[in-house]
Design a protein. Structure first.
Length: 576
């Protein structure tokens, strides 16, 4: 990896992303929209059964839309044989919903979003793009809405349409699945405890994917069975809790190499095992298992795999009482929004020609990624104050280091890092084919050698100069990055005509994205873990501003592209 990357810019971002994003929001009408974490609590009830249900199409009269919400698992809705379809249910009144459960036939959606509406005509996305699976699927959501729609855009079986046995919407209380249930002295027992496995992988393809990585509470590391000896059944991994414990809960965060059939077992001696849970319908992603059993050792014993590879877990967390637990590092407290304690700011009020403050920002020079054609310089011509209270990041047509264009990328790496809070900037973007302004964050462990995307990336704002009437907000992680990033494209006004405020409100439950105070996207931790993969955004990040020229995502410049092109930044502020 080049020195320029380690200075903080990072890959940004892999790209050709539009296919992985959901449909455009139909304006910034999503103030009620929010997806939050949560497993179903006992108080949840089905609010969709028997309610009016419509769809974009039906395959034939025997598979109407109403069959998906009739409570009968032997009837189904199926669509005509094309990719872009939808099904929606009218709950009858504004309802605070908490979960959507789906039971797919083999003709499931490989790309879809859950959408909300108060009027049945204007919908906003309640999730990013999700992937279905044959059989049952549970999606945590939250918000007050009357209509709930599945917007289906990609099919598992391209010769057919979509088919759902059941489409259930729930309302009621939820609990945070990242926290053990508040009963007795239940705690996390498995953190940093020793273990063993049928095999482990430690080679150039997964270095290291050893047993300890399943118990380190690091969602970007994982255990995997060996590629040379371990892609067989059975495959297993166990943890030694240090003393006898009463086990009440097990959490498994799977890699795509998951078990479709497995058992959770306990043992007093790591040789005689007792089943406390078993399934033959494992779905991967995050599985939260309420169990009951006693033992010093807890094992996942896999007997059938999801594919040709072995078994792999990002996290294998065991909760209960007893044992000899090690207390994990404390996590920062969640902010209370609106956050008001200012912890970082740059108002860019310096005189014209002044370079960005070196106490806050570092230039990140070098040749970029993603097919961009500019060279990022440390010259004040490419980033300076204009004397009117704004930073100007300027893309210029000039030859430097073999490139015909220059621009600037600057970051707060090794100057300022933040975990949780409100991160915002007021920006005016340039218009022109091939221009690509961005305001984003990178996981700070990138600076100490963790490769992208395992460090995590939060794209607060990206705009493509060819269409400044829409913007993008996206997350990148090991299981969702580049073209598969978890994000949202949203339509809005022409962003090049004035300044606009992009912000995130970020805590341990998720990240809310806002444009001019209107919520445009919410990435809920529980929904991501349940449908896309590990959530790797519970650690410090640093801020980045840049203006790219050309590349895979924005496309090429042409004769109409203006140079110099200017991205104006009025301020950057962080609150906790």
């Amino acid at each position: 990896m080049s020195s320029a990357l380690f200075r903080g810019g990072g890959p940004r971002r892999g790209r050709l992303r539009t296919a992985a994003l959901g449909a455009s929001l139909l304006g910034l009408l999503g103030a009620y929209l929010a997806v939050t974490v949560g497993n179903a609590a006992a108080a949840e009830v089905v609010v969709s059964q028997g309610k009016p249900t419509t769809a974009s199409s039906v395959e034939w009269e025997g598979t109407p839309a109403s069959a998906a919400t009739d409570g009968n698992t032997g009837t189904r809705w199926s669509s005509q044989f094309s990719a872009n379809q939808w099904i929606q249910v009218d709950l009858g009144a504004a309802t605070a919903v908490s979960r959507v459960d789906l039971n797919w036939e083999a003709a499931y959606a490989t790309a879809f979003t859950v959408q909300f509406s108060t009027n049945g005509s204007t919908f906003t996305n309640a999730t990013g793009t999700l992937r279905g699976n044959a059989g049952a699927q549970s999606i945590p959501v939250s918000g007050t809405t009357r209509y709930v729609r599945l917007n289906l855009t990609e099919r598992a079986l391209s010769i057919y349409g979509y088919s759902l046995w059941e489409f259930q919407v729930y309302a009621g209380g939820v609990t945070d699945p990242t926290t053990p249930p508040p009963t007795g002295n239940t705690v996390l027992l498995s953190y940093n405890k020793p273990g063993a496995a049928s095999s482990e992988q430690n080679d150039v393809n997964c270095n290291p994917c050893t047993v300890a990585k399943a118990f380190d509470l690091d969602p970007a590391t994982r255990w995997a069975t060996s590629s040379t000896t371990g892609w067989v059944d059975p495959g297993w991994i166990y943890v030694d809790l240090g003393a006898t414990a009463q086990i009440s809960r097990v959490e498994l965060q799977w890699d795509p190499a998951y078990a479709t059939a497995y058992r959770i077992q306990v043992s007093p001696n790591a040789s005689t095992w007792t089943d406390i849970y078993s399934t033959t319908t494992g779905k991967g992603f995050k599985e939260v298992l309420n169990v009951s059993g006693s033992g010093r050792y807890v094992r996942m014993y896999g007997t059938a795999r999801s594919g040709p590879y072995g078994y792999s877990l990002y996290d294998f967390n065991v909760y209960g009482t007893g044992g000899a637990p090690t207390t994990p590092p404390a996590r920062p407290a969640d902010p209370t929004f609106p956050a008001t304690r200012l912890v970082f700011q740059d108002e860019f009020n310096d005189p014209a020609g002044t370079r960005p403050s070196t106490s806050k920002w570092t230039y990140d020079p070098g040749v970029p990624q993603n097919g961009e054609i500019q060279y990022y310089t440390e010259n004040s011509n490419n980033a300076q104050m204009n004397g009117q209270g704004q930073l100007v990041i300027e893309a210029r047509k000039e030859n430097v280091n073999g490139r015909e264009y220059t621009s600037a990328r600057m970051n707060t790496g090794n100057k300022f890092h933040v975990q949780y809070g409100r991160v915002e900037a007021r920006i005016k973007v340039p218009k022109g084919n091939g221009l690509w302004p961005a305001f984003w964050m990178m996981g700070a462990d990138f600076l100490t050698g963790r490769p992208w995307p395992y460090n995590g990336e939060v794209d607060i704002m990206e705009v493509l100069g060819r269409n400044t009437g829409e913007a993008y907000s996206t997350l990148h992680a090991p299981q969702y990055n580049g073209a598969g990033g978890y994000g949202q494209k949203y339509a809005t006004v022409d962003l090049s005509q004035d300044f606009h405020v992009w912000a995130t409100e970020w805590d341990s439950k998720g990240i809310k994205f806002l444009l001019d105070g209107n919520q445009v996207f919410y990435a809920g931790k529980a929904a991501v873990e349940a449908t896309r993969g590990p959530w790797i955004f519970d650690h410090p990040f640093y801020l980045i501003l840049n203006l790219a020229v050309g590349g895979d995502f924005p496309g090429p410049i042409d004769a109409s592209t203006p140079f110099p092109a200017r991205m104006l930044v009025d301020y950057v502020r962080v609150y906790q």
